[in-house]
Design a protein around this ligand. Structure first.
Ligand code: SIN
Ligand code: FE
Length: 296
């Protein structure tokens, strides 16, 4: 299926040759996963203490960090330990930002850095509702965090110390997936999206685009037949490797793995080299109407 492209880079900070930049942006915007088998996020010796599942507090699956404010959540630990973990997440946030600026200089002016996460819990055997079950193929869309048409670009680094890979599956292309499920997404009830934002259920207004993306996410996960039968390519990302993709476009699922760092970025459609491939444009074609009054 050719949904994963290997790139030779081994540095977070080095300039990337123009040819490699071109190859990277084309494949990324076509919905592939860019895989860097030689790019490790090396933990400092004192940070290795964080490779234990007990750092995660009360049922939260991820530890979250916001670079801009320095806020950290989902951690159980003393203030000193929280500060040290924040430092590690800040280093990851800074490294991934630098990598993206080197790889995609044309995104630089519009790239927005969102949350950083640390995922210390083993995926295999973890139970959750179907909506939260990331072992089912899906594109990312979050009920409380509408993007208003902005892209979701995520960078992942496996920091597992025991040699355990992060096992993913990558599914069919976004257009095929959207064509299959868009007609199953119910039209939104008038005024409901406004109420969601007014009452604080959503952080900001859930655009029609967000409504459809959430619908695709839910309908795809609900369809067990599709989950079993649809084309999908398994791939195991070994420890000490990094990969990235537009997770709102690349259909993905995770089967197993423990200790992952992840950084989310947002990007407006207007910053893309090929906006015609974005989920917003593809969905607008399928649904036959504009889905964002003012795409962000
Ligand atoms: C996901 O984005 O669905 C989960 C990815 C992961 O934790 O490996
Ligand atoms: Fe996901």
């Amino acid at each position: 299926m050719n949904s994963i492209i290997e790139l030779p880079g081994d540095s977070w900070t080095q300039a990337v040759p123009a040819e490699a930049q071109d190859r990277a942006i084309d494949n990324l915007e076509e919905g592939r996963v860019l895989y860097f088998p030689h790019l490790a996020f090396a933990l400092l010796p004192e940070e290795e203490a964080f490779l234990r599942p007990t750092w995660s507090s009360g049922g939260a699956k991820n530890i979250g960090f916001e670079r801009e404010t320095g806020k950290i959540w989902g951690v159980s630990g003393s203030e000193t330990e929280k500060a040290a973990l924040s430092q590690m997440l800040r280093r990851y946030a800074d490294s991934t930002r630098e990598l993206l600026l080197n790889l995609f200089p044309t995104y630089a002016a519009s790239l927005m850095q969102a949350r950083t996460s640390f995922r210390p819990i083993e995926i295999a055997g973890r139970s959750s509702s179907y909506r939260k079950d990331d072992t089912r193929l899906h594109v990312d869309a979050f009920p409380s965090r509408p993007t208003g048409g902005r892209r979701i670009l995520r960078v992942f680094s496996n920091v597992n110390p025991e040699g355990k890979p992060r096992c993913w599956r990558i599914g069919e292309g976004f257009r095929e997936y959207a064509q299959r499920f868009a007609s199953r997404v119910a039209s939104p009830i008038p005024a409901s999206r406004f109420l969601l934002s007014l009452t604080g259920v959503t952080k900001g207004y859930r655009s029609l685009y967000d409504h459809y993306m959430l619908g695709l996410h839910d309908q795809g996960k609900l369809d067990s037949e599709y989950q079993r039968q649809s084309p999908q390519e398994p791939f195991a990302f070994p420890p000490q490797t990094t990969w990235m993709c537009f997770t709102d476009q690349a259909l993905h699922a995770v089967d197993s793995g423990q200790y992952l760092l992840e950084q989310t970025f947002h990007l407006p459609r207007a910053a893309l080299r090929r906006p015609e491939l974005s989920p917003l444009t593809v969905l607008e074609e399928i649904v036959g109407r504009p889905l964002c009054a003012r795409p962000r």
